[in-house]
Design a protein around this ligand. Structure first.
Ligand SMILES: [Fe+2]
Length: 150
């Protein structure tokens, strides 16, 4: 497979997997009564379906075929686990997106590189939000944190 086609399919697999994980975590967090946090999380992931559409369109525009396997999402059982697992996912996404942008550059595909860099900027925001929430959770402890996120 063409390197760019392969890269876009890898990204699609990650985004579908992440989407399942994030959506499940919104439900887990809402079920714990943290309605405010669930709503904020929903807002943070609202751009991701659009990201999938952009990746699909780029792949098809380049004459590629949508062809990937989605890995098992890692779904937390409670609020703390949900935040931690999303944080891990976002940390890895940051590394992956930087590597994908470099691959696109090495393949002389600036349009794909720019697309990836735009996605990376969104994901860095998502990462720093999760970092802040986890920090707050540590500082306040779970009962107080929860009371502020209800
Ligand atoms: Fe994200």
């Amino acid at each position: 497979m063409n390197k760019i086609h392969q890269l876009l399919n890898e990204m699609l697999a990650v985004y579908w997997q992440a989407g399942i994980q994030h959506r499940s975590h919104v439900a887990v967090i809402a079920a714990e009564g943290a309605a405010l946090l669930a709503a904020e999380m929903e807002a943070k992931i609202a751009d991701e379906p659009e990201t999938i559409i952009r990746l699909q369109n780029r792949l098809l525009d380049l004459g590629g075929k949508i062809e990937f396997t989605v890995k098992q999402p890692d779904i937390g059982m409670n609020l703390r686990e949900a935040l931690q697992k999303d944080y891990e996912l976002q940390k890895n996404a940051r590394i992956g997106l930087n590597q994908w942008a470099e691959t696109a550059a090495a393949e002389h595909d600036a349009t794909t590189r720019i697309l990836i860099e735009e996605i990376l900027a969104d994901e860095e925001e998502h990462l720093s939000w999760l970092e802040q929430e986890l920090d707050l959770l540590e500082k306040l402890g779970e009962p107080l944190y929860l009371s502020k996120r209800m």
